[in-house]
Design a protein around this ligand. Structure first.
Ligand code: SAT
Ligand code: MN
Length: 585
């Protein structure tokens, strides 16, 4: 039971605002899960799938206007506009509370208000933070049950006077004109109104574990990052790597990678697939935890070929959102099998035929699955201390420019490379898909304060970490002139990770180029891989003119930060220009 007086008072206050018929504190028991599931099935909020084939699995369909994060409707509400910075949408907190408070007023009349205490991280860990989410949606309760350690375990972990994140959600009318995802970092508060989509409503995830946590990290000397964490085990030794990629760019696949038969000797273990919280350990290294308890992964493209571990993870106790319902009451999505089922019910609830030309599952359809069901889950998953990080990877989807992999010169250069990251947009957020946009550290939509201050925080952290991880950039998505991917990706990405961990040990051949250390042609193990010399050459090539053009793009991007841009980034641009100028290629 929650004894924290501030928490009890806040719940009373929110109940007075939303005026639910009933208040129910969530305890996290199996009995509760079953009861709420039954209610949700009865009201149609959830659909019970084939329990022989998919035990414990449910399907949910969101409203058709509510299928991805809505970045346009996501706001950082700091007292001073400059504290939100030029990248975030900003609203004055007074105005935000008043405007959206009007929407919350009476919004739960006739409904039950669920109060979910939850922990991001492991109970008792120095990393962990507690939140309480109020919601009128059973879908949210059941997802939060998978994605976080919640209920009594969180209520008991919350100290009597401890701070916690106040998270308020109501589905409202599901009208985009009345949809707001508001963050009040100075009040440790999140308000989400008018949506039922994961990233907008599972408030422990992007809202708390990235936007609010990044702000807490700035003030408490740690970092909240959009990074997977994986362990790479070889000859009894495990090296841990964090990797930042924008949404829907393969973090889950990389975190669960299975070594290709032709390149044995390694085992990959999964600590996390989306979010890392990083702190400096007593040994001067950077340590990471995954604050989440489950995976909220993109379904389309997930198959026994691309990610067998994910397929095995979602066999039971999984909530599927916006996928196709098959005739045998199971699920399907594009890319799951080579052959599509002939017909089914699509993500909008309509009859679907495989030659209709329409997608059966929404491109951003999702699975919510318990992390501990993953066959590759790390034995350190529940370690309150986290794991020590040897390398940080930045990457995006870039058809051109960025080579398959390169190592940055040092932390400052690595921070600059992370800050200049760019990627083609995906279906994970509403808006046009496939346009290149700058996405620093894959955190563009997730930094809860001024991005220029965030860059500075990275540089400051580097000064405090005695034994810094090495920083690399990877690009699995480079294409040839005809638009074909040059690199096979998926399991074969392990070959690149092999070079990376050898570099961390001072091994692995590389040539110094103006952008960093690029592997020599034979430094990446290619045994059993059908790839031409020419393709490898193209994958590892650095073209001076393209990079000079890129420098102009970087400058334009950085200009919006004005004088707030750390001087180190001005220096890095100058140095890069100098190196490119002096290069004879
Ligand atoms: O929708 S989420 O924000 O939870 C997932 C993602 O976009 O990375
Ligand atoms: Mn993500």
């Amino acid at each position: 039971m929650v004894r924290n007086k501030k928490a009890l008072a806040w719940v009373d206050e929110m109940a007075a605002l939303c005026q639910p018929d009933k208040i129910e504190w969530i305890n996290g028991t199996e009995e509760e899960r079953q009861r709420l599931t039954d209610i949700a099935i009865e009201t149609g909020e959830m659909h019970l799938l084939n329990q022989d084939k998919l035990p414990g699995c449910l399907l949910h369909r969101t409203a058709q206007n509510d299928v991805a994060r809505t970045e346009k409707l996501t706001f950082i509400c700091t007292r001073e506009e400059k504290d939100a910075g030029p990248i975030n949408n900003w609203m004055d907190p007074k105005e935000a509370y008043a405007k959206v408070g009007e929407m919350f007023k009476g919004s739960m009349k006739g409904k039950t208000m669920y109060v979910i205490p939850f922990i991001m991280g492991v109970p008792g860990s120095p990393f962990r933070k507690i939140g309480i989410e109020i919601t009128d949606s059973i879908y949210v309760v059941l997802n939060m049950r998978i994605m976080t350690r919640m209920g009594d375990i969180a209520a008991d972990d919350l100290g009597d006077d401890e701070e916690f994140t106040k998270c308020l959600h109501c589905r409202g009318e599901l009208d985009i004109n009345r949809r707001f995802i508001l963050h009040f970092p100075e009040d440790n508060t999140i308000w989400s109104y008018g949506s039922g989509y994961g990233g907008n409503v599972l408030l422990g995830k992007k809202c708390l574990a990235l936007r609010i946590a990044s702000y807490l990290g700035l003030h408490e000397d740690w970092m909240a990052e959009h990074m997977l964490i994986l362990g790479l085990e070889k000859d009894g030794e495990t090296t841990y790597i964090c990797a930042a990629f924008p949404s829907a760019c393969g973090k889950t696949n990389l975190a669960m990678l299975i070594p290709p038969d032709a390149f044995p000797g390694y085992k990959v273990t999964t600590v996390g697939d989306d979010i890392s919280w990083l702190r400096i350990g007593p040994d001067g290294r950077l340590w990471a935890i995954n604050p989440e308890y489950g995976f909220f992964g993109v379904a389309p493209g997930t198959s026994y070929k691309t990610n067998p571990n994910a397929m095995d993870t979602v066999k039971k106790n999984t909530i599927f959102t916006n996928v196709l319902l098959t005739n045998d009451n199971c699920v399907w999505w594009e890319g799951m099998t080579e052959e599509a089922p002939k017909e089914g019910i699509d993500w909008t609830g309509k009859h679907w035929h495989s030659d209709s030309g329409e997608k059966g599952a929404h491109p951003n359809s999702r699975f919510t699955a318990p992390a501990e069901q993953c066959p590759s889950i790390s034995p350190e998953f529940n370690n309150p201390k986290g794991v020590p990080i040897s390398a940080i990877l930045f990457g995006g989807r870039r058809a051109k420019l960025a080579p398959l992999v390169y190592e940055t010169f040092n932390w400052q250069h690595g921070t600059f490379v992370g800050a200049t990251m760019a990627s083609e947009t995906t279906a994970a957020a509403t808006g046009q898909v496939g346009v290149v946009r700058r996405d620093p550290m894959a955190m563009r939509p997730f930094v809860g304060y001024n991005m220029a201050t965030y860059f500075k925080h990275w540089l400051d952290m580097g000064k405090k970490i005695a034994h810094k991880p090495k920083i690399f950039h990877v690009n699995w998505f480079r294409q040839d002139a005809d638009g074909h991917f040059l690199w096979p990706g998926y399991g074969d990405n392990l070959r690149v990770l092999d070079w990376i961990i050898r570099r961390c040990k001072g091994e692995g051949d590389a040539v110094e180029t103006p952008i960093g250390y690029v592997p020599t042609k034979d430094a990446i193990p290619l045994q059993g891989l059908d790839i031409t010399d020419e393709a490898m050459g193209e994958l590892l090539s650095v073209h001076r003119d393209d990079w000079l053009e890129e420098l102009d793009g970087m400058k334009n991007y950085f200009d919006q930060f004005g004088n707030d841009l750390p001087y180190e980034f001005v220096e890095e641009q100058q140095e890069l220009r100098k190196r490119l100028g002096a290069w004879d290629k």
